[in-house]
Ligand binder design. Sequence first.
Ligand code: F6R
Ligand code: MG
Ligand code: MG
Length: 368
Amino acid sequence: MKTTVSIIKADVGGFPGHATVHPELLKKANEELHAAKKKGDIKDYYVAACGDDLDLILSHDKGVDNEKIHKLAWDTFVACTEIAKKMKLYGAGQDLLADTFSGNVKGMGPGSAEIEFEERKSEPLLCFLMDKTEPGAFNLPIYKMFGDPFNTAGLVIDESMHAGFTFEVYDVMENKRVTLNTPEETYDLLALIGGKSRYVIKRIYPRGGSVPKEEAVACISTDKLSKIAGKYVGKDDPVAMVRCQSGLPAVGEVLEPWSFPHLVSGWMRGSHNGPLMPCSMEDATPSRFDGPPRVVALGFQVANGMLGIPFDFFKDKAYDRTRQKAMAVADYMRKHGPFEPHRLPSEDMEYTTLPAVLKKLESRFSKL
Ligand code: F6R
Ligand code: MG
Ligand code: MG
């Protein structure tokens, strides 16, 4: 029987402001999923948080886009929202953009990343949870894992990885997709995904090795909240999962790209470029200037549909230097105040609250 792992996430209220998820919400989510596991609706679960985002990691045998699983996640978010409203948590229910559930969380506010796979002899799976940024923040690290031999030694010295990988890329502005093969289409791929606010990596498929070609080995949530709501409603704080080892990038190769705190868009008011700081679950608590943007890495050894306990990778001291560098970059970027390139370029600001300010000035302009 195949195993499916689904990460479904939403911001249903921050504590305080947009900083973290209140312990009462985590408790409620755990209770709901515990009951679902007892009923046999899911095999296993883990409730995590990164910043103000509540991340439900679920394992089951129902495949991707399953209505029952999506409804379970939706109902859990609704139950947490009720508590958030009572406690007047900030932005209670902010990511639940629809009044009632209609079959799939896609297009309703929450983000999701899911993979269905035949479990190998051993199945190491890494889940990445981000806050204060957007799906394109995954482009650089995912490219490095699966496409860059300077990052992933296996691309050079493991024969089963020589065939390369297929990248499925979404154009989130035009709602289109394209697939590109590495290594031969690397330049075309980079031409697209370097434009990370528009082109985002959705899934990776293997072209050789023992994992079937139609089975995804990585999946990223690509949901665009502003596109759904028609206005700025916060950034689309994304999640992803990556399968590792035995012909896929090793755990250490999947972790290596995060040693560079690359610049991502998000941070304060979803309107600023800033460094992505890898951190432990405990430290996934944005503070300075509502940030800086964070990423958490939870490692699981999936076995017979069970997730088991996660290992909190970025707790490791090996990422201390990255965090220090991230803070040095944060200092440097902050010095720009309201100026680009700290503030996002004008095209990206269209999806924030800035256009309302510019509208106010429209009538004051006269022709040159
Ligand atoms: C960023 C984020 C926060 C808010 C900021 C202002 O994704 O959620 O930085 O944008 O705290 O929030 P409001 O406008 O709700 O006061
Ligand atoms: Mg929030
Ligand atoms: Mg958030």
